[in-house]
Design a protein around this ligand. Sequence first.
Ligand code: SAH
Length: 352
Amino acid sequence: MSELKTILQNHIRTHGAMDVASFMDFCLAHPIHGYYMTRDPFGRSGDFITAPEVSQLFGEMIGVWCADMWMKMNMPERFHLLECGPGRGTLMKDLWRATQNIPGFHAACHIHLLETSPVLSSIQQENLLGLSVTWHKNLETFRADAPVIIIGNEFFDALPIQQAIFHADQWYMRRIACDAQGDFVFVRGEILMSEFGDGHEGDIREFSPIQDDIWQNFLSILGRVGGGALMIDYGGDVDFANDTLQAVKAHQYKDIFDDLGNVDLTSHVAFGRLKKMARLQGLKAMELMPQGVFLQNLAIQKRAEILIQKNPDHIKNIMSGLERLIAPDQMGNLFQVLCVYDKNLQPPLGFS
Ligand code: SAH
């Protein structure tokens, strides 16, 4: 039995049935046994592959987007570029290389990485050797004393969510308890006063105070100092997702209660809610755009052609990476792009 399973069983025995977000938090972020704390999960040999790991074109395009955003912000002499959940640091590395010829951009840019995992932070350090970077475990240490550009790929889906379940005309908190054998089972917790509206017996709605809290922090910062944010993730234009909590191990879906701490737990992001929050803050929020359309609007194909001219031997790799990022049946439609920005600015690249 995994040590994390024993820790969770003891916690439930002592404190009672556990909410889904706390369960996710234990499994992902426990200082000794948490999934993200102990490993590098990315890539072909890892549990899942993310867009920056598929092809350098991804980070390069995000770099082009950031440089354009900076220009639309009137090229401030000093600004902060905050990447949330940077994984291996690959996106930032590619972004930085792609923007090296933009006069003034590197000199003005202060790089910040928001990252909780010590394992990944040290991989980021190796990959970004030579760059001046400030790491943050949470937003308390991030001082926004200049305009900010915020980017994040597959960041929100890694943050814990709560679930509510509909029963006999009421929404209840969904909790996790242990059965007589010590196995984990879902149970109904307390009644929730919620904005979920009506439902059918057994319906599930997901919500995430942690996502909302971090996003609200970003929005307040953008409202105060100006700038914009680009968040890419799988999810949809809904206020609350249905039952999307899932476990992934070695590119396959697993039972969320199996192999605790060794499987990744993720959920679909409810972008509709994030968009509404941005508008309430007085920011401009574009309608969601599929990743494939967004990258093509940024001329990713043109960039791929140039890359092939320079590296003709790599044509197969470059083309398959491009295909993976933009094809509607691969990452192109599954991933969506949310863009919010200071409403005094011209619309960012890719959305105008
Ligand atoms: N953006 C990367 C990695 C995505 S995986 C890529 O596309 O390859 C999610 C990332 O978010 C990991 O780096 C993980 O360690 C980080 N993370 C998870 N929870 C976090 C939190 N609460 N605060 C900051 N980073 C977090």
